[in-house]
Write a protein that binds this ligand. Sequence first.
Ligand code: SF4
Length: 206
Amino acid sequence: MSEQKKNSTNGWTVQENGWTVPEVEETPSNGKVNVATVWLDGCSGCHMSFLDIDEKIIGLADLIQIVYSPLVDIKKFPGGVDVTLIEGAVSSDEDEEKVHEVRRNTKLLISFGDCAVTANVPAMRNQFKVDEVLNRAYIENATNNQEIPRFGLPRLLRKARPVHEIVNVDLFLPGCPPPSDAIYFVVGELLQGRIPDPKGKTRFGA
Ligand code: SF4
């Protein structure tokens, strides 16, 4: 669960673990559950499955508010998020920083889809060195401008890793992607105050 704030000065917060992190603005709940979704190294298929909830999403809209997501135009991850679903593996220094930020500001964190749960497709590059991967992508497979970009891009980590290897995860929702019924079940159970067990609703590779 999220780390507790210890004290706060000049826009920075010192946490109990000694880390100094930027203060974040908490989103008012407006009587709803604050939900965020995050897209790391994934294909966006898990988010598409979320949208496949179709008309049932209208019912959810009465109960939850999306406070951060690639589906909405909010740039900064807010504080006080009740539930966050993370799609994708942690593949770059930017991803790593993001998951720590998300964890600090989320009460219940869900590893959303196989890439988040096991690193899945992004981990296919783990058997190669980072330079070999970049060389393959930007030199060998490029027909124009054969050059590895060195500036303005996040630095790739040595390996793509599942989210729980970086921060604590509260719930795993496997599937590639998890079926929309499974996503609806999990969100619905949480709204009822129950911790869902998605076994039987989805599985690795579903
Ligand atoms: Fe795409 Fe499957 Fe990874 Fe989801 S789990 S991001 S659908 S490859």
